[in-house]
Design a protein around this ligand. Structure first.
Ligand SMILES: NC(=O)c1ccc[n+]([C@@H]2O[C@H](COP(=O)([O-])OP(=O)(O)OC[C@H]3O[C@@H](n4cnc5c(N)ncnc54)[C@H](O)[C@@H]3O)[C@@H](O)[C@H]2O)c1
Ligand SMILES: [Zn+2]
Ligand SMILES: [Zn+2]
Length: 371
């Protein structure tokens, strides 16, 4: 069949919206019609080359839609089911899934190449095979993916809000709740208020943090941070350090979470300076793959018993955590609608990313034409 999709043909070039070819689902695969796609910063890392990708590639790894067709042997979903995707498939049986770490599932071995779990492409165009970001491709009206990449959700959940729980929300929320392991009464700093940072702020709030300090250079982001639960804001690391010192009588924060657009080695020293002895620093933001230099006081790391933790998908287990996040949304505790700042047709995908870079979006979403 034919489908309209945003394809990245060459690093550094804009997304090209065009009609491409899509194969039918094979065994264990499903055909999804996406209704909404979230515009995570990670897709942009593939445009800049900070994150390597097998090009050409269809963009989008946040999405919600409806199952149109299933291939042989599919048991977890059926046509008509509402689903959200996960950027990391979860097989349920590898050692990582079996030990409650499905964010590290072995099915993700070829994730960056994007050629599907079995290493072959379902999208084709201009005479070439086309990959799909994280085996998904939500910047396409239709996509074929492995059933382990989708989760059925309740029909009453609006699909626009559901699209966000595919990546940004579980990543940010889990960065606070799982990786930073925020406890009631703690002071938490979140650096960078995009979709991931706004979700980290909400995770810290729901985990019972007393003070939540959001850092962002953009005034709009600092104002928005308060909607999600930030109690204080700062424009940069220096201002935040002074603020946290004052708020904690010099003790400093219990945890600090880095959710800026592009992580840099020079962010680590100020992040470590924001936390108290015994404090936890979580690095959620993705750095360019070639960056290997970090400024870090090894002396402080040891003497003050500090911890520096990386996190993928916020340490979330999608099959347990995504339904739980949607229950928190339904009960009004998790604010998803407030995170959607602007909506774009697929043809405006490049304008949406320009808005992300200009700091105009908490999250932008693509609204597919579903007739
Ligand atoms: N670890 C994971 O599994 C995972 C998953 C999803 C996204 N990510 C990464 O998380 C990061 C955030 O993603 P997003 O979609 O929220 O991005 P975004 O671009 O929407 O938001 C980033 C925010 O950081 C702010 N910022 C930039 N430099 C800053 C600085 N020095 N100090 C404070 N704030 C600063 C920007 O103004 C912006 O508001 C990206 O690097 C993305 O690739 C990681
Ligand atoms: Zn993402
Ligand atoms: Zn697995």
């Amino acid at each position: 069949m034919r489908t309209k999709a945003a394809v990245l043909w060459e690093r550094g070039k804009p997304w090209s919206v065009e009609e491409i070819e899509l194969d039918p689902p094979k065994a264990g695969e499903v055909l999804v019609r996406w209704h909404y796609a979230g515009m995570c910063h990670s897709d942009d890392h593939m445009v800049t080359g900070d994150m390597p990708a097998g090009l050409p590639i269809v963009g989008g790894h946040e999405g919600a839609g409806v199952i149109e067709e299933v291939g042989p042997g599919v048991t977890t979903v059926a046509p008509g089911d509402h689903v959200v995707c996960m950027f990391m498939p979860a097989c349920g049986t590898c050692r990582w899934c079996a030990s409650g770490r499905s964010n590290l599932c072995d099915l993700g071995a070829n994730l960056m190449g994007g050629r599907g779990v079995d290493g072959t492409a379902r999208f084709h165009g201009r005479g070439e095979d086309i990959s799909a970001i994280c085996f998904l491709g939500t910047f396409s009206e239709y996509a074929v993916l492995h059933e382990r990449s989708v989760i059925k959700i309740d029909d009453d959940i609006p699909l626009a809000a559901a699209a966000l729980v595919a990546c940004g929300i579980p990543t940010g929320f889990g960065s606070a709740v799982h990786t930073a392991a925020v406890r009631p009464g703690e002071t938490v700093v979140v650096a960078g208020v995009g979709g991931v940072g706004a979700a980290a702020i909400q995770g810290a709030r729901i985990a019972g943090a007393e003070k939540i300090v959001a850092i962002d250079p953009m005034p709009f982001k600092r104002d928005a941070a308060k909607i999600f639960g930030a109690t204080h804001t700062a424009a940069d690391f220096a201002e935040a350090t002074e603020l946290v010192r004052e708020l904690t009588r010099g003790v400093m924060a219990d945890a600090a979470i880095l959710t800026v657009g592009v992580a840099r080695g020079e962010h680590i020293a100020p992040m470590m300076g924001l936390v108290s002895k015994g404090g936890r620093v979580v690095v959620t933001a993705v750095a360019p793959m070639t960056d290997t230099e970090v400024t870090l006081s090894l002396f402080d790391l040891t003497i003050f018993h500090k911890e520096l933790r990386g996190t993928l998908f916020g340490g979330s287990n999608g099959r347990a955590d995504i339904p739980a996040l949607l229950r928190l949304y339904r009960s009004g505790q998790l604010r998803l609608d407030e995170m959607i700042t602007n909506r774009y047709p697929l043809s405006e995908v490049n304008a949406g990313y320009a808005d992300m870079h200009a700091g105009r979006n908490i999250r932008g979403i693509i609204v597919h034409d579903v007739g």
